[in-house]
Design a protein around this ligand. Sequence first.
Ligand SMILES: NC(=O)c1ccc[n+]([C@@H]2O[C@H](COP(=O)([O-])OP(=O)(O)OC[C@H]3O[C@@H](n4cnc5c(N)ncnc54)[C@H](O)[C@@H]3O)[C@@H](O)[C@H]2O)c1
Length: 238
Amino acid sequence: MTTQKPKIALIGYGKMGKEIEHLAIEKGFILTDIFDIDKPLVLGKNYDFDVAIEFTTPTAVFENIKTIAKMKKNIVVGTTGWYDRLEEVKRIVEQEQIGLIYSPNFSVGIQILLKTVEQISKFINSINNYDILIEEIHHRHKKDAPSGTALLIAKKILENIKSKERITTNPLDVDENSLQIASLRFGEVFGVHKILFDSEFDTIEITHTAKNRKGFALGALLAAVWIHNQKGFFEFSV
Ligand SMILES: NC(=O)c1ccc[n+]([C@@H]2O[C@H](COP(=O)([O-])OP(=O)(O)OC[C@H]3O[C@@H](n4cnc5c(N)ncnc54)[C@H](O)[C@@H]3O)[C@@H](O)[C@H]2O)c1
């Protein structure tokens, strides 16, 4: 690992792309290229960046990863909704010998919440009298549901609580072995993730509320520095 700032390119110049651009300039990164639908990456063309930061859409991300890998460049993937192709992407990363780091949520606060949920889940597993609900709220332009972060929180719970065996998004399909994720799409909400642990005696609630997109942008830039000159497939964690 190196702490040297890589030259970066942005793939996707939407809400997150613009946020990362502002912060990257503020923090003294060199931003060599910005790609979007009307200015796509061209395989075979010589680009000067070291690490690409990808925040596009669930349908575009896979092809972008493939192109970057063929260019032998490293990549930070912030786009969500592609995790059914994780194994395929892992193989591409190995085959092309590049570095890739991804996360459904680059905010450091969410990483702290994940560690907290893991600890609480371990306690609950030994007591086993709490039901659990994950609720997530995002702006109405979001293209995937449940959110990648909600799925990551669910994974932590399923790994640590034996009685919870499956995820359901259907309120009419809940039983003591299911873990329900409820998704709401509303206004311009940056992202709220709430976990409720409910027993006969009390309810424990943990909520993470993103106040803006700056926290995601900062984490993505930290990840770009971390993945610079590295090889391999990594999930972001603090
Ligand atoms: N990991 C995180 O911390 C985090 C945080 C926020 C959002 N996200 C995710 O990041 C993604 C982008 O979010 P956003 O709010 O910026 O969305 P957005 O809709 O504002 O921007 C997406 C951009 O991608 C562009 N795009 C679409 N197809 C493309 C292609 N083939 N090549 C290049 N660009 C293309 C669009 O034109 C648009 O400018 C979503 O999947 C979202 O869920 C992740």
